[in-house]
Design a protein around this ligand. Structure first.
Ligand SMILES: [Zn+2]
Length: 430
């Protein structure tokens, strides 16, 4: 199998990677840049404007409230055995939430040298939609057993027809209100070249020309079936993925670029102040000895950050965004994907919707109780500014949190079990 990872935002140089069993092309974005530059001259310069605007007032961006984004997964499969399970999708969503909020357990492998530039979550919560655009109850997953054996398009180069029901795909839900993910076979029928994933940048982001990505592209993320989720049974790799392909693509969907700035010889810049420079992408490895460029971030010359989701390192060593990336993502969501946050925040789960763990009373005055059949979960509290207030591992079936010192107002409570992560709102009131 040949796999092409067309990472759609700004480009990278085509790299050829030799998997244990096959050759794959992990990134084809350099062709994309050439295409974009020809079609919309000047977009590269425009990128500098958006990052400059961001950097100008970086501290203010810290105070944005939590954003909930409703997600729909459109899953299309040709052979019945290529269908992925609901549980794989649920687990992928948990990984996405953990990674975007710096709550993933594998941050323990993050090298201490990166401590000064990591630790912040983006303050974004991804929730499978509970209602369709027409108000019908849903689990946020659409499935289609399709006669089409591969949605790749030799003319356009991208499997965009998967996003159109008239072409045998599934139509997007309102792209202003939902993050659409298509999980499908991206191959051109009869071929063996495929995309691991690609994503559209936010429409109207100033680093793209007006009108880009253009009407031929539908807003959202596409992931190849076997690259979706954690230890996907469809993967032909003995060492299957860890759910980080979607994390990477969602980073692009929310405006991030690759950490090497899509250029070589330390000439690239991703526009984020605290990402260590690199002279190119990692080659699917975890080279902890590499320090390809001289940095002066907080007066530190950092090694290459193979832990970063926006590198091409092995998924096993990807475990973090930098603080600057986290803040930038949240800012882009606020500025350029405004409808997503607005729609999602009005649909956050109520306390009654959270199974197994009961949170009461609401509003609460001095003590907030968490009741479950047994403990074994973590609760994390954020205020509406997205600031971490408290995090606790809960081991008992009835747990009391002293909130007497909290300021009155709305809070977000993340409840993370081994298999699930959910967020609920509660109010502190005297
Ligand atoms: Zn990428």
């Amino acid at each position: 199998m040949k796999a092409m990872r067309f990472l759609f935002f700004l480009g990278c140089i085509l790299i050829i990677h030799q998997h244990a069993y096959a050759q794959s092309i992990r990134c084809g974005s350099s062709q994309w840049i050439e295409l974009a530059e020809k079609k919309y001259p000047g977009y590269t310069d425009a990128w500098k404007n958006v990052t400059a605007a961001f950097q100008k007032n970086e501290n203010a961006k810290m105070t944005l409230p939590m954003c909930t984004i409703q997600v729909v997964v459109h899953h299309l499969f040709h052979a019945a055995q290529d269908s992925i399970s609901d549980s794989l999708i649920f687990r992928q969503m948990d990984i996405l939430n953990q990674c975007f909020n710096h709550q993933n357990a594998d941050t323990m492998h993050l090298r201490p040298v990166f401590g000064p530039i990591t630790g912040k979550g983006a303050g974004i919560y991804f929730q499978l939609a509970k209602k369709t655009p027409l108000g019908v109850i849903t689990n946020g997953i659409e499935r289609l057993h399709t006669p089409i054996d591969g949605f790749g398009d030799s003319l356009l180069g991208f499997p965009e027809k998967v996003k159109n029901a008239q072409n045998g795909g599934l139509d997007p839900w309102d792209t202003q209100k939902f993050m659409n993910i298509w999980v499908c076979d991206t191959k051109i029928p009869g071929g063996d070249l495929l995309f691991e994933g690609y994503a559209t940048p936010p429409p109207n982001l100033p680093n793209w020309p007006s009108g880009f990505p253009g009407p031929e592209f539908t807003d959202g993320i596409v992931i190849q079936n076997e690259f979706f989720g954690d230890r996907n049974p469809l993967s032909q790799q003995a060492d299957s993925g860890r759910g980080k392909v979607l994390v990477h693509e969602t980073g692009h969907y929310l405006g991030l670029r690759h950490i090497w700035g899509d250029d070589y010889q330390c000439q690239g810049d991703d526009g984020i102040g605290d990402t260590p420079a690199a002279d190119g992408p990692s080659n699917m490895d975890c080279d902890l000895l590499k320090n390809s460029c001289l940095d002066s971030i907080l007066n530190i010359d950092f090694p290459d950050m193979v832990e970063n989701y926006m590198d091409y390192s092995h998924e096993d060593c990807q475990n973090t965004f930098t603080n600057g990336q986290a803040i930038f993502i949240r800012w882009v969501a606020d500025q350029y994907r405004t409808g997503l946050c607005q729609a999602g925040n009005s649909l956050v789960a109520t306390l009654e919707n959270v199974p197994q763990i009961k949170v009461f009373p609401n509003p609460a005055q001095n003590i907030l109780f968490l009741e479950s059949i047994q403990g074994g979960y973590t609760c994390t509290l954020y205020n509406t500014m997205g600031q971490l207030i408290k995090t606790e591992k809960i081991h008992d079936s009835m747990h009391a949190i002293d909130i007497s010192g909290f300021e009155n107002g709305l809070y977000f409570l993340f409840i993370q079990t081994q298999t699930d992560i959910q967020m609920v709102k509660w109010v502190k009131a005297n």
